[in-house]
Each structure stands twice: as structure tokens, then as C-alpha cells.
Design a protein around this ligand. Structure first.
Ligand SMILES: NC(=O)c1ccc[n+]([C@@H]2O[C@H](COP(=O)([O-])OP(=O)(O)OC[C@H]3O[C@@H](n4cnc5c(N)ncnc54)[C@H](O)[C@@H]3O)[C@@H](O)[C@H]2O)c1
Length: 345
């Protein structure tokens, strides 16, 4: 076989072609979970600081709207999400390449698949490769709970609709906030409920399981929705009857999903969003197309956190996220900074 080389021949060849190794670390989903859950409090607080930084120094943060591509005849999509941040004298450059796995022909029951990459700040090689499932779920949950921290007027009884990965991480960050007494939970898959109860048993907070969305709304003062529902789950009437004071909807991050009924668009007040680009997909996109909302009603969460905008709705405050590259970049940087560096051991 022509390509077989001895070790010394390989070395000679590498030298002739000047093929230096690019140091790169790989982080799997479980390692990412371990780092972010171990340092959850610091991470949660840091995310707040980063949002404030972005609001006050927007010129130091660059990311184009995510590119969403589809393959004809295949359910789901794949996405390209780069981001560049100049933060406290450091360059944080990242890109996430993820897919929405609706076909599940090879990988089962994992909706967000793919990898994220952290570039070396000066030499531009890839210094870290990260599984994207846990990363995406955690950064979405931290964003939803940050919105709750700054928008909620009532915290006692928190409803969790969709008890999957994002639902679990949402519960994890909620335990960091004062005033949250219990979780009321609903999922239409009993196995998901069982897993959720086992995962959240370490949090020392009461989880009440209910049998329908209606019961959930009746017994909660706020609602975190993270499902892959194709049909709306909550209407304006539900919110008003249930006296819901805060809703976070993060699951409808593509155009075939929907969590909120179009009537929700007619709630009075602003609509709080993770980023402007979220108007391009999910429920917000449909509402904008139908003309039930205008861009003027949108407020980015970062401007609430920094104090540039003060919410004043007395009724339900609505937060909608479809995800963006900034929260990926800051989370990748956090994980990378917190890793156990083998060279320092
Ligand atoms: N906004 C963002 O930034 C962002 C990031 C990552 C994922 N997502 C989206 O969030 C959603 C959830 O992601 P995940 O990783 O938590 O998925 P998951 O599969 O771990 O959890 C989703 C849960 O929702 C439940 N569910 C689905 N439809 C339901 C319904 N009609 N009623 C009650 N429960 C229902 C499922 O049984 C499941 O337990 C997906 O649509 C995903 O694409 C959004």
C-alpha cells in the first residue's frame, strides 16, 4: 500500500509540508453540562453582565442573523451562527453549526444536533469544539430566566410547559432566584415527566405535576414554554383567565413550530425578545406577516437588563426567544475559561 509510512517518514513528511498540530480541545454534552451546572450561579450572573455590556457597547458585538437552510424533502433545517465579541481586551470569535433533527433516522430524540467552535483569538485556528445540544439548551434557559429576573412581578408559582432539556435547565436557573416556591409542570410525554422529576430532585423545590395545559395555567402565576409543538398551546384568553404575569416562549424557533396563539399578539404592552432577528422566525414571524404586531413593540432583553428601558406593563409580560449567536459565544467562552486545563495540572 503506497500511503503506509514509518513514524520517522511521517515526521519527515510533516516537516516538509510544515504541518504543525493545531491544539484543540473537544467538549462533549456531558462535560458541558458538568461545567455549566457546577458554576451555574457565576454563569447566570455573568450572562447578565454580558447582556449589559452588549447594550452599552453595541459596537463591540457583531453577529449576522443566523442563516437557516433547508433540504428539499427533508424535515428540519441546518443553521450557521457566527459571532465576534471584543470583551475586556479579549477577542471572542465563535461559530455554531447546528441542525434541527426532526427526521431522527440515525440520532434519536435529540432535537438540537451539531457542534459549536471557538476560534483562537489571534491565530484563528479552532481551539475548542463543543457538542451543541446541552450548550444550546442551557444558554436558552439562562436567557429565559434572565428575562424572568428582570420582567417578573410575581414569582411564587412557576409553570413549566415542556419538561425536556430546556425545561430542566430553566428549573435549574430558577432555583437561583428568590421568591420561587414551587414548579407546576406539564408535558404530554409521561417519560419526559419522569426524567424531569429525577433530574430536578437535587434542587430541593416542590414540583407539582398536572394533567393538562389548562390546569397548568390555572395553578401558575408565570409560564415557561419550551416544546416542539406545531400548534399553539396558550391563547390570550388563557393568559387573562389564569392571571398569568409572565410568559417565556422559546420552543418555536423555526417556522413549522408554534407555542402562542395569534391572539396573544393583542396583549397590551411591549414584546420582549432575545434579539431583533427573532422576528424572522416562529410565532413572531407569523404575527408580523399577519400585521398583528409591528416592530415598534419589540424591546431587546439587553436594554431591560442595562436599564435603558424600564418595563411598565401591569398585566402579562411576554418574552420570546428563537436563539442567537451572542449567547453561544459568551457561553463557549465561559466553558473554555472554566475547563480544567491539562497543561496547568
Ligand atoms: N430559543 C432557542 O434559542 C432554542 C434553542 C434550542 C432549542 N430550541 C427549541 O426548543 C424546543 C425544545 O428543545 P429541548 O431541547 O428542550 O427539547 P426536548 O425534546 O428535550 O423537550 C421538549 C419537550 O416538550 C414536550 N412537548 C412537545 N410538544 C408538547 C405539547 N404539545 N404539549 C406538552 N409538551 C410537549 C416534549 O414531550 C418534550 O419533553 C425545540 O423546539 C427546539 O428546537 C430553542
Amino acid at each position: 500500500m503506497g500511503n503506509e509510512r514509518s513514524t520517522s517518514e511521517k515526521k519527515d513528511f510533516e516537516k516538509l509540508l510544515r504541518l504543525q498540530v493545531e491544539p484543540c480541545e473537544y467538549f462533549n454534552d456531558l462535560q458541558i453540562h458538568d461545567i455549566l451546572s457546577e458554576h451555574r450561579k457565576e454563569y447566570f450572573e455573568k450572562v447578565g453582565e454580558w447582556f449589559k455590556f452588549w447594550s452599552l457597547e453595541p459596537d463591540k458585538v457583531d453577529f449576522p442573523p443566523k442563516t437557516i437552510l433547508k433540504t428539499e424533502g427533508v424535515k428540519g433545517d441546518f443553521r450557521i451562527m457566527p459571532c465576534q465579541i471584543r470583551y475586556e481586551g479579549r477577542n471572542i470569535n465563535s461559530i455554531k453549526l447546528v441542525g434541527t433533527n426532526e427526521e431522527e433516522k440515525v440520532v434519536k430524540d435529540k432535537i438540537t444536533v451539531g457542534k459549536a467552535f471557538l476560534y483562537h483569538p489571534t491565530d484563528n485556528f479552532i481551539a475548542g469544539i463543543f457538542d451543541a445540544c446541552v450548550l444550546s439548551s442551557v444558554r436558552t434557559a439562562v436567557c429565559a430566566v434572565s428575562a424572568f429576573k428582570h420582567l417578573s412581578t410575581e414569582r411564587r408559582s412557576v409553570g413549566i410547559l415542556g419538561c425536556g432539556r430546556i425545561g430542566y435547565y430553566t428549573a435549574m436557573f430558577l432555583t437561583l432566584l428568590d421568591g420561587v416556591d414551587e414548579f407546576v409542570c406539564y408535558d404530554n410525554n409521561p417519560e419526559a415527566i419522569e426524567n424531569f422529576l429525577e433530574l430536578t430532585s437535587e434542587f430541593d423545590i416542590q414540583c407539582k405535576i398536572v394533567g393538562s395545559v389548562k390546569e397548568l395555567i390555572d395553578q401558575s402565576s408565570s409560564l415557561f414554554i419550551s416544546t416542539y409543538s406545531r400548534d399553539p398551546l396558550v391563547s390570550k384568553e388563557d393568559i387573562e383567565k389564569g392571571e398569568i404575569k409572565f410568559i417565556s416562549s422559546v420552543g418555536a424557533d423555526c417556522n413549522s413550530y408554534s407555542e402562542l396563539h395569534p391572539t396573544v399578539a393583542s396583549l397590551p404592552g411591549k414584546i420582549y425578545i432575545d434579539v431583533w432577528h427573532s422576528l424572522k422566525c416562529g410565532d413572531l414571524r407569523s404575527w408580523l406577516k399577519e400585521g398583528t404586531i409591528t416592530e415598534e413593540r419589540m424591546i431587546e432583553l439587553k436594554d431591560v437588563i442595562s436599564g435603558k428601558y424600564t418595563p411598565d406593563e401591569s398585566g402579562c409580560r411576554l418574552f420570546i426567544s428563537t436563539g442567537f449567536a451572542f449567547t453561544d459565544a459568551i457561553s463557549l467562552d465561559f466553558i473554555y475559561q472554566k475547563r480544567k486545563n491539562p497543561e496547568s495540572e
